[in-house]
Design a protein around this ligand. Structure first.
Ligand code: FES
Ligand code: FES
Length: 160
């Protein structure tokens, strides 16, 4: 089936099997391998991407369901060589080790902070509870997301 959507603001069209998941489509058809595949059944969050502003599990959405959608992946966060404030905060707070969970963590946090730049730590923990990390522990991750809040608050002010 032919599917058309935008990924990180670039329009794309691909031919996929109806059973192809969105994350497999991104990885295998579009070569966007930043989104990872762990459990493949909605538990780990490694495959999280943003679809029409909402963080979703890329392994639980079929590519055909995303037809016409606006998709954001971890590849869209940095501006060229320049990491986004959220990515810089992850680096500063040692919020990753192997990095397998990181794309999903980043996209979940990005969607949260864009919608709720004043999210408190309890809210950050609650929202990130759907993303599993098996090597870093969560303290650095939560600290990084909390630090990045001010950048999202500024952006919201600028768009007023
Ligand atoms: S691979 Fe999608 S939630 Fe684990
Ligand atoms: S950094 Fe390794 S699983 Fe999270």
């Amino acid at each position: 089936m032919k599917v058309s959507f935008s990924v990180n603001d670039a329009p794309v069209s691909v031919d996929v099997e109806p059973r192809t998941t969105l994350v497999d489509c991104l990885r295998h058809e579009l070569n966007l391998t930043g989104s990872h595949v762990g459990c493949e059944h909605g538990v780990c969050g490694a495959c999280t991407v943003i679809v029409d502003g909402r963080a979703v599990r890329g392994c639980l959405v079929l590519a055909v369901q995303a037809d016409g959608a606006r998709i954001e992946t971890v590849e869209g966060l940095a501006q060229g060589e320049e990491l986004s404030p959220l990515q810089r905060a992850f680096r500063k707070h040692h919020a990753l080790q192997c990095g397998f969970c990181t794309p999903g963590m980043l996209m979940t946090a990005h969607a949260l902070l864009r919608a709720e730049p004043d999210a408190d730590e309890a809210r950050i923990v609650e929202v990130l509870s759907g993303n599993l990390c098996r090597c870093t522990g969560y303290l650095g991750i939560v600290e990084a997301v909390a630090e990045a809040r001010s950048h999202y608050a500024k952006r919201k002010d600028q768009s007023k």
